[in-house]
Write a protein that binds this ligand. Sequence first.
Ligand SMILES: [Zn+2]
Length: 241
Amino acid sequence: MSITAAALRELHRLHQQLADLRGRLDRGPKQIRVRAVNLAQAEERLLAAQAEVKSSRIALDQKQLQLKTGEAKIVDLRGKLNACSSNREYQALTDQIAAAEMANSVLSDEILEAMERLDELRKGVGDCESLVAKAKEELTKIQQTVQMQEQSLTQDVRRVEANLLEAERALPADFRDAYRRVVNAKNEDAMAPVEGESCGGCFQQLTPNMMSDLALSKIVFCKVCGRLLYTPEDRSPGRAK
Ligand SMILES: [Zn+2]
């Protein structure tokens, strides 16, 4: 059971390439989800700001109505002053008018404050609307980018998968099961180059026996991490393809 280091190197390169492409494909939908959440949050804040404007508007309307009622009451009281028949009654009416005027004055101040507050709240709604528009724009942009990348990445994945299948077809028949097991378990980490005299995956020192097996193009797995080992290009210049 033997296989060239060049064939193993190529296999590992294809596995790593495939893992990288699939990772990039996976990231697309995640990027979209992040932007979609941003948009949902911006929309929620807008709804809350709009609701606050609405309730403040209602409260202001009520105060304005109250003020009108107060003003009407004063007009009414002043009318009664003319028809007044005693000093006591006149004094009582004058006191009532003064109290109603005081109440109206307080109400007027409150109305002014409420109007200013309403202006601020409306500005806040405007800000929220801009943020929603911006979040929508970002979502659309990332959706388009991801869609475009997805097409080319999917093509790349198919191409590398085909190359990998072809490279795997060239593996010795009696080695395929062991290869499949390690690839299924570790994906792109199924293989590792030898670094110095150690496994490039887990850095376990290899035995002289393993080193000589590698030199003979025998199939060698790391005894610690289980990776399929191969010699890197610069170690076997005579055998590079
Ligand atoms: Zn190892």
